[in-house]
Design a protein around this ligand. Structure first.
Ligand code: KG4
Ligand code: ZN
Length: 330
């Protein structure tokens, strides 16, 4: 079914995202960040996040509707992230979306957060179908899947310790940079020599498709104590983190024969990673600006695709799923 207006709501962590999608195109996509609210605690405080979502969500939905010039009754579908994520924040968005759908008499869909990221990366190719490989690299995930068909996700590999984004954040903290660390590292790395510091690519030469990033954080601490320049540490760390991601993806593509790959999650914003992926010669799909980090439009895009395929709403009784393996998402 085409032409349906889909509202997508994302509240799985510390960003309130509301997006409006029509016919596979993003019309409006607004995110209210809570980064400053949590900064003084050194991490996301779930109760504070829930309260902030509750405070801003209704106003954000109103802004998205008014900026796109549509009335609530024009909506064809209301979707929200169902999991995985923090249970309190998830319940805020999910409950709001269910209430809105019910009051408007419109269908409701609960979306897997990682399916949201996947569809954000497919925004440039709304009619693309599996099979393909998907790498999700965010602050909480570094997961590589083979997707033979919609709704089927075979995990090929995952991080054994820290997620890729988490490693960027931790190395940034070691170098005294701000949060989130990814963009800060990327900026500092531009002024450094990627080969000045003897970082080694984690897991290189190992069988399988797992990742490991915690050793890079420890190495960065040591190199800093040894007096290497922060810009060189940032550049060296970025070089090997990117090599691990792109190299593993390239090996998986060769082994599975799947030349089409989708890379999603906050780390997909990284330009060094984008360059390394382009150099592989694979058909790479990446999220456009504004769709890499958590946002509502990616949830709406995922919902629209499922609605087009299945045309069946979720019952309003579905619960939030704070721990929800992607392989079990529908
Ligand atoms: O997907 P995301 O917005 O949130 C979730 O974790 O779900 O990902 C955030 C992560 C953070 O760890 C952040 O440092 C990282 O993505 N990130 C980047 C860049 N921009 C954001 N990492 C490397 N380079 C970037 N340019
Ligand atoms: Zn995310």
């Amino acid at each position: 079914m085409r032409g349906v207006l889909v509202l997508g709501i994302e509240t799985s962590c510390d960003d309130t995202g509301v997006g409006l999608v029509e016919d596979g195109r993003v019309r409006v996509n607004l995110v209210a960040s809570q980064t400053l609210l949590h900064a003084e605690y050194g991490g996301v405080v779930p109760e504070l996040a829930s309260r902030e979502h509750t405070t801003v969500l209704d106003r954000l939905v109103e802004r998205v509707l008014s900026e796109s010039g549509i009335r609530p009754h024009d909506l064809g579908l209301v979707a929200a992230t169902r999991g995985p994520g923090l249970v309190g924040p998830l319940l805020v968005g999910l409950g709001y979306a269910k209430g809105l759908a019910w009051s408007l008499g419109k269908p409701f869909l609960g979306v897997h957060h990682l399916e949201g990221h996947l569809h954000g990366a497919l925004a440039d190719a709304p009619d693309l179908d599996p099979p393909f490989l998907v790498l999700i690299a965010s602050g909480g995930h570094t997961h590589l899947y083979r997707v033979p068909a919609w709704g089927r996700y075979e995990l090929l590999g995952a991080t054994r310790d820290d997620a890729a984004g988490e490693a960027f954040d931790k190395v940034a903290r070691t170098l005294g940079l701000g949060y989130p660390g990814g963009p800060e590292i990327e900026r500092l790395a531009a002024a450094g020599d990627p080969h000045a510091v003897p970082f080694t690519v984690p897991m290189r030469g190992r069988a399988g498709y797992d990742f490991s990033f915690s050793g890079l954080k420890t190495a960065a601490v040591r190199f800093k104590e040894e007096g290497y320049a922060p810009a060189d540490i940032a550049a060296g760390f970025q070089r090997v983190a990117v090599a691990a991601l792109a190299g593993t993806l390239e090996r998986a593509a060769r082994a599975t024969g799947l030349r089409r790959v989708v890379v999603a999650g906050g780390v997909a914003a990284n330009r060094a990673l984008r360059q390394a992926l382009a150099a592989t010669g694979l058909e790479v799909h990446l999220p456009p600006p504004g769709l890499t980090s958590d946002n509502g439009a990616m949830i709406a895009l995922a919902a629209e695709r499922r609605w087009r395929r299945e045309g069946r709403p979720d019952p309003l009784s579905i619960p939030a799923e704070p721990h929800w393996p992607l392989g079990e998402a529908g």
